[in-house]
Design a protein around this ligand. Structure first.
Ligand code: FAD
Ligand code: EPU
Length: 342
């Protein structure tokens, strides 16, 4: 067990924000996690001390130094735990890189996560906001998870229903925020693929690729191609993907907005509401390609805020506030941040 002091977190968040953690440690097993927590509790018995669980750092914005312990979850391993006529149950350690997990499933012929290719981050954070892309969310393949309850150091099992997954939501993001460390996630994957290619430009991309027979490999590659053409690579420009959620509004409000802005982009939901493309709203407010210092709004995808080098978390946060305000003022629609602000 090694605890480092005053460590820069610049390389541990995809925005590349240079803040420091008072203490920093990595763990590769539940036992190591127990050991670190016991040490931390003994050290800080009478003081209020922040503990932050870190995965790949791809959905975080650091706005200040972390005055506490950052624990980087590196629990490894992917194993098939059981199977039935239609499904394979696969458990992955929280520290497994998400895209590596997807590639592993594809290589084994296990279907269900191919549309979620190339999402940054680790398996352990995937239930936090019920990651989603191209018509699939992890709730569609999720079976269960194990998490350590920080207040009493006990492992708790969560089923699909326990997690209360919604669009970019779960109990871990709201009710149990900062209470659990997810250690393992089990997925229920399909032996026979149920292809989902109706979303966005997947079919167009498959055609462009010259794909004659659909396969999970082909769908994965199509998603990779589309994502690579739109989203900035954090290795080149700091970002955390979509900074805001796509807002949901009542149909009546949408009809009124549409009368004024005929090009507004919205999708009908089964509950009668309409989900708006926040990227379109932000672009219409003139933010796309905006840059002040090193903080900016991406030139190809207005929903993504970027750090061109040395932006601070506060500068990016202030930019997000200005965007929220202008969208509210122009369209009367309240955006909500998707990224976790620390
Ligand atoms: P981190 O950023 O490290 O953590 C996120 C939050 O979860 C923090 O609050 C952290 O404390 C908590 N946390 C992390 N691990 C654990 C754990 N084991 N137990 C308890 N709490 C934990 N997301 C999508 O849904 N769809 C997309 O298409 C998508 N595209 C993206 C594209 C780009 C270029 C980028 C940079 C991000 C994108 N994201 C997308 C967001 C991000 O990839 C996901 O939210 C991802 O799941 C974050 O994983 P992480 O390991 O990096 O989490
Ligand atoms: N649009 C614009 N201008 C922009 C960006 C988008 O007008 O600058 C409009 C376009 O009409 C486009 C529509 O918005 O057709 C939707 O854009 P896109 O297909 O790029 O998807 P998105 O709604 O912006 C969402 C997710 C992404 C996910 C993609 C694909 C959210 C908040 N974002 O983006 O998730 O990868 O769909 O499924 O739901 C993330 O969560 O970090 C993320 C990247």
């Amino acid at each position: 067990m090694e605890i480092q002091e005053n460590i820069s977190l610049k390389l541990f968040n995809t925005f590349g924000i240079d803040v420091t953690a008072k203490q920093f440690a990595r763990f590769r097993s539940v036992d190591e996690l127990h050991e670190l927590l016991a040490y931390n509790q003994a050290q800080t018995a009478n003081s209020k001390h922040q503990t932050l669980i870190l995965g790949g750092g791809s959905n975080l914005l650091f706005t200040s130094n972390v005055d506490g312990l950052v624990l980087k979850n590196e629990i490894p391993g992917i194993r098939e735990i059981s199977e039935d006529a239609h499904h394979v149950y696969v458990q992955a350690g929280a520290g497994v890189n998400w895209h590596q997990f997807v590639l592993h499933c594809i290589s084994k012929g296990w279907a269900g996560v191919e549309n979620l290719s190339l999402i940054p981050g680790n398996v352990g954070a995937s239930p936090m906001q019920n990651i989603g892309a191209y018509g699939v969310e992890i709730k569609d393949v999720f079976y269960s998870l194990e998490a350590l309850h920080l207040p009493d150091n006990k492992i708790v099992h969560f089923s699909l229903n326990d997690c209360a997954f919604g669009y970019r939501e779960s109990v871990f993001k709201r009710k149990y925020r900062n209470e659990f460390v997810i250690t393992h996630v089990t997925f229920r994957l399909n032996r026979v693929p149920q292809f989902n290619t109706s979303y966005g430009a997947i079919e167009q991309e498959l055609e462009k690729m010259g794909v004659k027979e659909l396969s999970i490999q082909a769908v994965s590659q199509a998603v990779i191609n589309i994502r690579s053409s739109k989203l900035p690579d954090p290795a080149e420009i700091g970002n955390a993907g979509s900074f805001f959620k796509n807002p949901e509004i009542p149909k009546q409000q949408f009809t009124t907005l549409q009368a004024q802005y005929p090009a507004i982009v919205g999708y009908n939901l089964s509950n009668g509401n309409v989900k708006l493309a926040a990227g379109w709203l932000i672009e219409q407010c003139g933010w796309k390609g905006y840059r002040k210092g090193d903080a900016g709004c991406h030139a190809k995808q207005a929903l993504v805020l970027v750090n061109y080098g040395n932006a601070t978390g506060k500068e990016l946060f202030d930019l997000s506030t200005a965007i929220l305000d202008s969208v509210k003022q122009k369209f009367g629609v309240q955006l909500e941040r998707e990224v976790n602000i620390v």
